[in-house]
Each structure stands twice: as C-alpha cells, then as structure tokens.
Design a protein around this ligand. Structure first.
Ligand code: SAM
Length: 263
C-alpha cells in the first residue's frame, strides 16, 4: 500500500465519475500522442491507455512505479520517464505530431511548471490540468479583476484558457485542503496579437506586476526614459492590472520600436 507523500503533492483521484469526466473533456482519440505529468497510481493513466494503447508519463516518485505498472498492465504500453517535470525538455518527445498533455498536477509546482510549458507551447495540441481552483481563477481572470496578474497575461498570450469544472476535495485521497478545478489550455497557432520583441514584452509584464499597486508611470521608470513617458500609447496613471494582454503587447511593441528603453 503506497503512503501518499505530501511533499510531492500526492492527492490521488479516487472518484470514478470525476475521472470519467476529465477523460471525456480531454477529447482523447486512439490516434493521439498523450503525455501525462504525475501519473501517481494510474487513476487517469489506465483510462487514457484504454483509448490510445500507449502513453508517455513523467513521474518523480520511484515508489509509485510498481503499483502504476500493475494498474496499467492490462490496458497498453506504459513508457515511464522518472524525472522532475520542471527539468524535462519536451523536444525529446515531439515526433511531428502535436502532443496532448494531461495531469492532476502537484499544486506546489504549478506556477513554475506552467511557465516551463510556455517554452514548448508549439509542440502541444492542448493541455488538461487539475489545479488549485484559485490558480485556475487567476489564469482565466479578466483585466481589472483582483486575481488578474502576470500568470493571466503570460498564459493568455500563448493559450486560449478555459476553466472547465470544479472538483470537490472528497474526490481525492488524501483530501486536499484546497478546492480544485480543471483547466484547458489550447496553444494559439499564431497569438491573436504578436509581441515583436517577446523578451521585452515578458520583462514589462514581470516588472510591472512586481509592484502591482503602483501606477505604470512609476513602474515603467526603469524601462522608459522620462521624455518618452508621455508619448506611450497607454494611460500611465493606470496600474498593470488594468491592462489587457493586447495593451501589454502594444506597449512593448511601442517601447521596442521607439528605442526608449533605459535598460
Ligand atoms: N495522477 C494521479 C492521480 O490523479 O491520482 C496522481 C496525482 S498527484 C496530485 C501528483 C503526482 O505528481 C504524484 O504522483 C507525484 O509523485 C507527482 N509529482 C510531484 N512532483 C513532481 C515533479 N516535480 N515531477 C514529476 N512528477 C511529480
């Protein structure tokens, strides 16, 4: 009997109705190449395998390997990569067909993992993740909502972001202390609006949200010289939380084009 490890965010799904619902929402077909992050004891894995007959999983905990293999044996071919997902290079798995990524994620690494996955967005068909509800709410938030921030802007730039449904704590063992929600991320083949200098866009989003209560006039001081501040295509008395993804892109394109960077 495997003892759940809190340090690895091990809350195993045990509600078959919820598991069926996640698999249904992920629209997996037999032709899909699927990678699962954190398969644990195989609650989702065996259902995916029943459709695809082969799956790649990335799991940090060597102790789950035996029970995982046993749970999946009857359904298809299980390829296990024993590694910290934060260090995985997803190029390794790409064979020309876009990959479907799925996982009931360890909540303690969800933000760094989502930022890590941005780098490989073009390899993915879509992603379906179980996350802490509060994190999903941040990802799908609109400008000026209190939970709108860097995570919302950066993920919404790359992906269509959809919160699908809530999962109650009693669907897991052991029960997590937080509420959970299913998130779908679908990478844009081409973002609706393109940052001409992605590094600059990303830096502006990061810098401004580091001091989210300050006006843009204050936070942009480190990036924009004083004489250019008034000609920026946005109202600098606003705060970063008031800007849409398009506003941030427009702002970074303007700053990039008018070489008014201080750094
Ligand atoms: N998919 C299983 C389920 O739904 O019952 C388990 C989900 S559990 C919330 C998270 C899983 O991610 C665990 O199996 C845990 O060992 C694994 N995990 C935690 N940190 C990881 C990391 N850095 N890289 C890869 N897997 C990790």
């Amino acid at each position: 009997m495997h003892k759940a490890k809190k340090s690895l965010g091990q809350n195993f799904l045990q509600d078959e109705q919820i598991i069926a619902n996640i698999i249904h929402q992920a629209h997996i077909t037999e032709k899909d190449q699927v990678i699962e992050i954190g398969p644990g004891l195989g609650a989702l894995t065996r259902h995916i395998l029943a459709i695809t007959k082969e799956i790649q999983v990335i799991e940090f905990d060597t102790d789950v390997v035996l029970p995982l293999k046993a749970a999946c044996a009857a359904y298809g071919k299980l390829n296990i990569r024993q590694q910290d997902v934060l260090t995985v290079n997803f190029n390794d798995f790409y064979q020309g067909q876009k990959i479907k990524l799925i996982g009931n994620l360890p909540y303690n690494i969800s933000s760094p993992l989502l930022f890590h996955l941005i780098d490989y967005a073009q390899f993915f068909k879509d992603m379906h993740f179980m996350l802490q509800k509060e994190v999903v709410d941040r990802i799908v938030a609109y400008p000026s909502e209190k939970n709108y921030g860097r995570l919302s802007v950066m993920l919404q730039y790359h992906f269509k972001c959809e919160g699908l449904f809530d999962v109650p704590a009693h669907a897991f063992h052991p029960k997590p202390k937080v509420e959970s929600r299913i998130l779908r991320l679908t990478p844009y083949v081409k973002p609706p609006i393109i940052a001409k200098n992605y590094q600059l866009f990303s830096e502006i989003v990061k810098q401004t949200f580091q001091m989210r209560r300050k006006t843009l006039r204050n936070t942009l001081k480190v990036l924009v010289c004083r004489e250019k501040m008034q000609s920026l295509p946005i109202d600098v008395s606003l705060r970063p939380e008031n800007l849409s993804v398009s506003d941030f892109v427009m702002l970074s394109n303007y700053i990039g084009a008018h070489s008014c960077q201080v750094i």
